[in-house]
Design a protein. Structure first.
Length: 215
C-alpha cells in the first residue's frame, strides 16, 4: 500500500430502502447528509482529467462504497481507477476533529488502530483518508474492486482481525513477525500476486489464507 504523489484527495445510489431510511435518520440527527453523491461527483471529475494516464485502471469506475454513520462521521470506502481509500467525512460538526492537510491521526476500530491523513477539496470540503490500495492495476474489473471495498470496511469492525500486539517477536520467525505486524489489510494486499477476479473472493481464496495465518 505505497502511495505515490497523485490526486488521491480531489455511487451508485443504493436501492435498498432500509439503507436510505438509516441515512435519513442520521441526516436529521447530524444535519450533514450522506456524502456519497458529492464524493462521486468530485472524483468523477478528477477521473475525466486523468483518463489515459499509466497508473489509471480503465476497467474501474468511481464509486462511494458503504458510507454509513460512525462516531459522528460518515465512514466508507472511495474506489477510483487509481486508488481505494477508507474515507471519513463530517456528519456531526461538533464531533468532527479537523486535521491539517497531510497531517495524520490514528483511529481505533475493533480490528485495530488505523492511520488517516487530512485532505481537503473545494467541492468536498474537509475529509480524511486511509489508503488501502494505490495504484489499482491488480483489479481486473470493477465488481471485484467494489467487493474488496465492502470486505475491507467490514473487516474494520471484526475483532478477530485485530493485530497481535503482545506476542513476543523473538518467538516468531521473521516472516511470521512481519505478517503479525502488518495487520489484516496489509496481508490481504500482500496476497494479491495475480490479477483479481470476483471468483477469487467468492471462493474465499485470500480470506481463507488469512484465517489460516491466525490459526
Amino acid at each position: 500500500m505505497r502511495n505515490r504523489v497523485r490526486p488521491d484527495f480531489p455511487p451508485r445510489e443504493t436501492a435498498d430502502a432500509s439503507h436510505r431510511s438509516v441515512n435519513a435518520v442520521s441526516e436529521t440527527a447530524f444535519g450533514l447528509p450522506d456524502p456519497s453523491e458529492k464524493l462521486t461527483t468530485a472524483f468523477r471529475s478528477a477521473a475525466a482529467r486523468m483518463e489515459g494516464l499509466l497508473f489509471v485502471n480503465p476497467a474501474l469506475e468511481v464509486e462511494a462504497v458503504g458510507f454509513a454513520p460512525w462516531q459522528g462521521h460518515w465512514l466508507g470506502v472511495m474506489v477510483t481507477p487509481w486508488f481505494m481509500n477508507l474515507t471519513l467525512v463530517p456528519a456531526d460538526p461538533e464531533a468532527w476533529q479537523p486535521l491539517a492537510l497531510g497531517a495524520k491521526r490514528r483511529y481505533p476500530f475493533p480490528a485495530g488502530d488505523y492511520e488517516f491523513v487530512g485532505a481537503h477539496d473545494g467541492a468536498i470540503g474537509e475529509y480524511q483518508v486511509c489508503s488501502l490500495f494505490s495504484p489499482m492495476e491488480r483489479f481486473e474489473d470493477h465488481a471485484t474492486a467494489r467487493l474488496v471495498a465492502q470486505l475491507a470496511r467490514e473487516a474494520l469492525f471484526d475483532p478477530a482481525n485485530a493485530e497481535i500486539r503482545e506476542m513476543p517477536a523473538a518467538n516468531l520467525s521473521a516472516a511470521a513477525a512481519a505478517d503479525a505486524a502488518a495487520g489484516p489489510l496489509a496481508r490481504l494486499e500482500a496476497g494479491l500476486d495475480a490479477p483479481l477476479s470476483k471468483r477469487d473472493f467468492l471462493h474465499a481464496r485470500f480470506l481463507a489464507r488469512d484465517r489460516g495465518d491466525r490459526g
